[in-house]
Ligand binder design. Structure first.
Ligand SMILES: *Cc1c(COP(=O)(O)O)cnc(C)c1O
Length: 239
Protein backbone atom coordinates (compact mmCIF):
# COMPACT_ATOMS: atom_id res chain seq x y z
CA UNK A 1 0.00 0.00 0.00
CA UNK A 2 3.07 2.27 0.25
CA UNK A 3 3.04 2.63 -3.49
CA UNK A 4 -0.61 3.58 -3.51
CA UNK A 5 -0.10 6.29 -0.91
CA UNK A 6 2.87 7.71 -2.85
CA UNK A 7 0.81 7.82 -5.99
CA UNK A 8 -2.03 9.62 -4.24
CA UNK A 9 0.34 12.20 -2.81
CA UNK A 10 1.75 12.99 -6.23
CA UNK A 11 -1.73 13.20 -7.68
CA UNK A 12 -2.70 15.64 -4.93
CA UNK A 13 0.20 17.92 -5.85
CA UNK A 14 -1.15 18.14 -9.37
CA UNK A 15 -4.66 18.93 -8.13
CA UNK A 16 -3.34 21.53 -5.68
CA UNK A 17 -1.30 23.33 -8.33
CA UNK A 18 -4.34 23.46 -10.63
CA UNK A 19 -6.53 24.86 -7.87
CA UNK A 20 -3.97 27.45 -6.77
CA UNK A 21 -3.28 28.52 -10.34
CA UNK A 22 -7.00 29.08 -10.76
CA UNK A 23 -7.15 31.19 -7.59
CA UNK A 24 -4.12 33.19 -8.70
CA UNK A 25 -5.90 33.81 -11.98
CA UNK A 26 -9.03 35.02 -10.18
CA UNK A 27 -7.13 37.35 -7.85
CA UNK A 28 -5.11 38.79 -10.70
CA UNK A 29 -8.27 39.57 -12.66
CA UNK A 30 -9.69 41.22 -9.55
CA UNK A 31 -6.56 43.36 -9.31
CA UNK A 32 -6.71 44.23 -13.02
CA UNK A 33 -3.49 42.36 -13.68
CA UNK A 34 -2.41 39.93 -16.32
CA UNK A 35 -2.50 36.53 -14.54
CA UNK A 36 0.48 35.37 -16.58
CA UNK A 37 2.62 37.96 -14.82
CA UNK A 38 2.14 36.41 -11.38
CA UNK A 39 4.94 34.00 -10.54
CA UNK A 40 4.10 31.04 -8.34
CA UNK A 41 7.08 29.98 -6.26
CA UNK A 42 6.62 26.44 -4.91
CA UNK A 43 8.12 26.41 -1.42
CA UNK A 44 9.80 23.03 -1.05
CA UNK A 45 11.33 23.04 2.43
CA UNK A 46 11.05 19.48 3.85
CA UNK A 47 9.60 18.29 0.50
CA UNK A 48 11.25 15.29 -1.21
CA UNK A 49 13.01 15.55 -4.60
CA UNK A 50 10.38 13.23 -6.11
CA UNK A 51 7.60 15.63 -5.17
CA UNK A 52 9.60 18.61 -6.39
CA UNK A 53 10.00 16.87 -9.75
CA UNK A 54 6.26 16.28 -9.85
CA UNK A 55 5.54 19.96 -9.14
CA UNK A 56 7.87 21.03 -11.95
CA UNK A 57 6.12 18.58 -14.30
CA UNK A 58 2.88 20.32 -13.35
CA UNK A 59 4.21 23.66 -14.54
CA UNK A 60 6.15 25.06 -11.56
CA UNK A 61 9.07 27.15 -12.82
CA UNK A 62 10.46 28.48 -9.54
CA UNK A 63 11.28 26.52 -6.40
CA UNK A 64 11.89 28.25 -3.05
CA UNK A 65 14.10 26.80 -0.33
CA UNK A 66 14.94 28.05 3.16
CA UNK A 67 18.18 26.30 3.87
CA UNK A 68 21.31 26.15 1.77
CA UNK A 69 22.34 22.65 2.85
CA UNK A 70 18.89 21.17 2.27
CA UNK A 71 18.64 22.85 -1.13
CA UNK A 72 22.06 21.55 -2.13
CA UNK A 73 21.24 17.95 -1.26
CA UNK A 74 17.89 18.00 -3.02
CA UNK A 75 18.87 19.97 -6.10
CA UNK A 76 21.32 17.21 -7.01
CA UNK A 77 18.46 14.71 -6.99
CA UNK A 78 15.81 16.75 -8.78
CA UNK A 79 15.80 15.82 -12.45
CA UNK A 80 13.64 18.57 -13.91
CA UNK A 81 14.82 22.09 -14.65
CA UNK A 82 13.63 24.99 -12.52
CA UNK A 83 14.94 28.20 -11.04
CA UNK A 84 15.89 27.85 -7.39
CA UNK A 85 15.34 30.81 -5.08
CA UNK A 86 16.68 31.24 -1.56
CA UNK A 87 13.84 32.54 0.60
CA UNK A 88 15.15 31.87 4.12
CA UNK A 89 17.55 33.72 6.36
CA UNK A 90 21.03 33.41 4.86
CA UNK A 91 24.10 33.06 7.04
CA UNK A 92 27.24 34.69 5.77
CA UNK A 93 29.27 31.50 5.86
CA UNK A 94 26.76 29.87 3.48
CA UNK A 95 26.82 32.61 0.85
CA UNK A 96 29.51 30.89 -1.18
CA UNK A 97 27.22 27.90 -1.78
CA UNK A 98 24.08 30.00 -2.12
CA UNK A 99 25.60 31.89 -5.03
CA UNK A 100 26.19 28.59 -6.85
CA UNK A 101 22.81 27.05 -6.11
CA UNK A 102 20.35 29.85 -6.51
CA UNK A 103 19.33 32.17 -9.32
CA UNK A 104 17.86 34.61 -6.82
CA UNK A 105 18.31 35.37 -3.13
CA UNK A 106 15.06 36.85 -1.83
CA UNK A 107 16.21 37.40 1.74
CA UNK A 108 18.82 40.16 1.65
CA UNK A 109 18.29 42.41 4.67
CA UNK A 110 21.73 43.63 5.59
CA UNK A 111 24.58 45.35 3.76
CA UNK A 112 27.30 43.07 5.14
CA UNK A 113 25.43 40.09 3.72
CA UNK A 114 25.05 41.84 0.37
CA UNK A 115 28.78 42.59 0.29
CA UNK A 116 29.55 38.93 0.87
CA UNK A 117 27.16 37.95 -1.94
CA UNK A 118 28.89 40.47 -4.20
CA UNK A 119 32.31 39.10 -3.37
CA UNK A 120 31.32 35.47 -3.97
CA UNK A 121 29.41 36.33 -7.14
CA UNK A 122 32.46 38.16 -8.46
CA UNK A 123 34.57 35.03 -7.92
CA UNK A 124 32.09 33.10 -10.03
CA UNK A 125 31.75 35.77 -12.69
CA UNK A 126 28.07 35.97 -11.93
CA UNK A 127 25.56 38.73 -11.31
CA UNK A 128 23.35 37.66 -8.41
CA UNK A 129 19.73 38.79 -8.48
CA UNK A 130 18.41 39.69 -5.06
CA UNK A 131 15.26 40.94 -3.38
CA UNK A 132 15.40 43.12 -0.31
CA UNK A 133 13.47 41.55 2.56
CA UNK A 134 11.43 44.06 4.55
CA UNK A 135 10.19 43.31 8.06
CA UNK A 136 6.92 45.05 7.40
CA UNK A 137 5.32 44.14 10.72
CA UNK A 138 8.39 45.11 12.78
CA UNK A 139 8.36 41.69 14.38
CA UNK A 140 11.38 40.85 16.50
CA UNK A 141 11.11 37.19 15.53
CA UNK A 142 11.42 37.91 11.83
CA UNK A 143 14.32 38.85 9.60
CA UNK A 144 14.19 41.80 7.25
CA UNK A 145 15.22 45.43 7.19
CA UNK A 146 12.77 47.88 8.74
CA UNK A 147 10.45 49.79 6.45
CA UNK A 148 12.20 53.08 7.25
CA UNK A 149 15.66 51.81 6.40
CA UNK A 150 14.74 49.88 3.26
CA UNK A 151 15.55 52.62 0.77
CA UNK A 152 18.95 53.32 2.27
CA UNK A 153 19.81 49.61 2.14
CA UNK A 154 18.68 49.37 -1.47
CA UNK A 155 20.93 52.28 -2.44
CA UNK A 156 23.88 50.66 -0.72
CA UNK A 157 23.25 47.26 -2.28
CA UNK A 158 22.83 48.89 -5.68
CA UNK A 159 26.37 50.22 -5.43
CA UNK A 160 27.70 46.65 -5.60
CA UNK A 161 28.74 45.49 -9.05
CA UNK A 162 27.85 41.81 -8.92
CA UNK A 163 24.51 42.12 -7.16
CA UNK A 164 21.36 43.31 -8.84
CA UNK A 165 18.33 44.47 -6.85
CA UNK A 166 15.20 43.10 -8.52
CA UNK A 167 12.52 43.99 -5.99
CA UNK A 168 11.20 43.41 -2.50
CA UNK A 169 10.12 40.48 -0.36
CA UNK A 170 8.06 40.44 2.83
CA UNK A 171 6.54 38.05 5.34
CA UNK A 172 3.83 40.04 7.13
CA UNK A 173 2.43 39.00 10.51
CA UNK A 174 0.27 35.90 10.43
CA UNK A 175 -3.39 36.67 11.03
CA UNK A 176 -6.16 34.11 10.79
CA UNK A 177 -8.32 36.86 9.34
CA UNK A 178 -6.47 37.82 6.17
CA UNK A 179 -8.22 41.19 6.02
CA UNK A 180 -5.96 42.17 8.92
CA UNK A 181 -2.92 41.44 6.76
CA UNK A 182 -4.14 43.58 3.87
CA UNK A 183 -2.74 46.90 5.24
CA UNK A 184 0.76 45.36 5.41
CA UNK A 185 0.54 44.30 1.79
CA UNK A 186 -0.66 47.78 0.87
CA UNK A 187 2.24 49.38 2.69
CA UNK A 188 4.68 47.09 0.86
CA UNK A 189 3.17 47.97 -2.49
CA UNK A 190 3.47 51.70 -1.73
CA UNK A 191 7.13 51.25 -0.86
CA UNK A 192 7.66 49.18 -4.00
CA UNK A 193 6.11 51.88 -6.21
CA UNK A 194 7.89 54.72 -4.46
CA UNK A 195 11.29 53.12 -5.04
CA UNK A 196 10.37 52.09 -8.57
CA UNK A 197 9.54 55.69 -9.45
CA UNK A 198 12.93 56.87 -8.25
CA UNK A 199 14.60 54.75 -10.94
CA UNK A 200 17.65 54.17 -8.75
CA UNK A 201 20.91 53.12 -10.32
CA UNK A 202 21.34 49.32 -10.69
CA UNK A 203 17.87 48.74 -9.24
CA UNK A 204 14.92 47.20 -11.02
CA UNK A 205 11.71 47.09 -9.05
CA UNK A 206 10.42 44.12 -10.98
CA UNK A 207 9.24 41.67 -8.33
CA UNK A 208 7.15 42.10 -5.22
CA UNK A 209 7.30 38.75 -3.44
CA UNK A 210 4.59 38.42 -0.78
CA UNK A 211 1.69 36.13 0.03
CA UNK A 212 1.74 32.54 1.24
CA UNK A 213 -0.80 29.71 1.39
CA UNK A 214 -3.33 31.42 3.62
CA UNK A 215 -3.14 34.95 2.24
CA UNK A 216 -1.80 34.91 -1.32
CA UNK A 217 -5.10 36.02 -2.82
CA UNK A 218 -5.09 39.19 -0.71
CA UNK A 219 -1.40 39.77 -1.53
CA UNK A 220 -2.11 39.62 -5.27
CA UNK A 221 -5.06 41.95 -4.93
CA UNK A 222 -2.70 44.43 -3.27
CA UNK A 223 0.09 44.22 -5.83
CA UNK A 224 2.17 41.09 -5.32
CA UNK A 225 3.48 39.54 -8.53
CA UNK A 226 5.33 36.70 -6.86
CA UNK A 227 3.68 34.41 -4.29
CA UNK A 228 5.44 31.72 -2.26
CA UNK A 229 3.31 28.69 -1.52
CA UNK A 230 4.28 25.53 0.35
CA UNK A 231 1.45 23.95 2.31
CA UNK A 232 -1.12 24.74 -0.36
CA UNK A 233 0.81 22.65 -2.88
CA UNK A 234 2.49 19.90 -0.85
CA UNK A 235 0.24 19.64 2.21
CA UNK A 236 1.12 20.21 5.86
CA UNK A 237 4.81 19.99 6.70
CA UNK A 238 5.58 17.23 9.19
CA UNK A 239 8.54 18.96 10.82
C1 LIG B 1 7.56 28.32 4.42
C2 LIG B 1 7.60 29.62 3.72
C3 LIG B 1 6.61 29.98 2.79
C4 LIG B 1 5.41 29.10 2.47
O1 LIG B 1 4.54 29.00 3.54
P1 LIG B 1 3.17 28.19 3.40
O2 LIG B 1 2.32 28.77 4.45
O3 LIG B 1 3.47 26.76 3.61
O4 LIG B 1 2.64 28.46 2.04
C5 LIG B 1 6.74 31.19 2.14
N1 LIG B 1 7.79 32.01 2.37
C6 LIG B 1 8.75 31.71 3.25
C7 LIG B 1 9.86 32.66 3.46
C8 LIG B 1 8.68 30.52 3.95
O5 LIG B 1 9.63 30.23 4.85
Amino acid sequence: MEFQRGFDELFLIEENIKRISYKIHESAIKANKDPRQIILVAVTKTVTPEKIDKAIECGIKVVGENRVQEAKEKKEKVKNEAQWHMIGHLQRNKVKYAVELFSMIQSVDDFELAKEIDKRAKEKNKIMDVLIQVNIGNEITKSGITYDKAEELIKNVASLENVKVKGLMAIPPFCENTEKVRPYFQKMYELFLRIKEKKLHNTQMEYLSMGMTHDFDVAIEEGANMVRIGTGIFGERKR
